[in-house]
Design a protein around this ligand. Structure first.
Ligand code: TYM
Length: 332
């Protein structure tokens, strides 16, 4: 039986991934690679929608690959590569741009939010066409599943619409992908503002747990996270968004269920609970950070892994691109 195909991507826009990236997406990447044919890419071209110093972009790209491997993405079990190493992503993106409606693309909430924040003059066209490049990333690999966090649902819906439109106009070309979004962990919130998602572009990093941050800094952030009203450690997203977020984090990392953790902290206060969450997070991340730093010391080996991944990815991507061109009527 052929294994089901999986594809996902992550942007190298910062020095470190955060806990939301891990629990919302990468943790599922690691699980799915066991029994799926998995393709995972660091989407460095998407990161160009934010102006970055070239040396910093290169550093962050390698740091992203190192973190993925340290988090458990195994290049022996999956295909790990850089988006810019496979030119077919840009080539299919243009086809997707010619298929997507202007109004349809204007409705993407990520674009609306980001462009509203920076204003039209400072918003690059690439931010607008970003979802069509993402659709190309996905459709090139004919995946069954796309493991992502909740915030990517709309982009996957657009990808499905574009795939369906193309297939009905030009004949069956693309597999219809499905978003793979877990109930728990799909939206990890900011520790200081627990009604907003944990985000790399947050105004303050006080509420963001970064994988590459020191254990002391992360412990401090958790212990000084926003405190809800009341005293009991109970999961209630409306009345106790901060505690509920911490319960989700604890449970996802420790493997204990939320009711089990609630029971453990019956009669104890928020302070004890926060200390326990800090301990769970710090001990979970400690070896991961160390492994990522170790991998970064040997850039040559890291690049070799990525080049080998790109060689495998190109074979699949170029086949889909050739079929797409043929079905469109582009002469061979
Ligand atoms: P990016 O780089 O912003 O985030 C990577 C993954 O992390 C998830 N995520 C979260 N999950 C739970 N809680 C949070 N607070 C949280 N913050 C981020 C995201 O949902 C994502 O799965 N557009 C994509 C990158 C991309 C992509 C693709 C993804 C480009 N091409 C093809 C899948 C397939 C993005 O900006 O992810």
């Amino acid at each position: 039986m052929t294994r089901k195909r999986v594809l996902s991507g992550i942007q190298p826009t910062h020095d470190s991934f955060h806990l939301g990236n891990y629990l919302g997406a990468v943790k599922q990447w690691v699980e799915l690679q066991q029994d799926h044919d998995a393709f995972y890419c660091v989407v460095d071209l998407h990161a160009l929608t934010i102006e970055t110093d070239p040396a910093l972009l290169r550093k962050r790209t390698l740091a992203s690959a190192a973190q993925l491997i340290a988090l458990g993405v195994d290049p022996q079990k999956c295909t790990l590569f850089l988006q810019s190493h496979v030119p077919a992503h840009n080539q299919l993106a243009w086809i997707m741009e010619c298929l997507a409606g202007f109004g349809e693309a204007s409705r993407m909430t990520q674009f609306k939010d980001k462009s509203q924040k920076s204003g039209t003059d400072r918003t690059v066209v690439g931010l607008f066409t970003y979802p069509m490049l993402q659709a190309a990333d996905i459709l090139l690999y004919q995946p069954d599943l796309v493991p992502v966090g909740e915030d990517q649902r709309q982009h996957i819906e657009l990808t499905r619409d574009l795939a369906g439109r193309f297939n009905s106009r030009y004949g069956q070309t693309f597999q219809m992908p499905e978003a793979y979004i877990l109930k728990s962990g799909a939206k990890i919130n900011d520790l200081q503002d627990p009604t907003s998602k944990m985000s790399k572009s947050a105004e303050s990093m006080q509420g963001v747990i970064e994988i590459m941050d020191s254990p002391e800094a992360n412990a401090k952030k958790i212990k000084s996270s926003m405190t809800d009203t009341g005293r009991e450690v109970q999961f209630n997203e409306k009345q106790k968004p901060g505690i509920s977020n911490l319960l989700t984090i604890h449970s996802s990392l420790s493997g204990s269920s939320i009711p089990e953790i609630e029971k453990e902290f019956e009669g104890k206060g928020y302070g004890d609970f926060k200390s326990a969450v800090a301990e769970v997070v710090v001990e979970y991340l400690r070896p991961i950070r160390a492994r990522a730093l170790e991998l970064l010391e040997d850039e040559k080996s890291l690049l070799k892994i990525l080049h080998e991944g790109a060689d495998k990815a190109r074979v699949v991507a170029e086949k889909t691109l050739a079929d797409t061109y043929k079905n469109l009527g582009l002469a061979e």
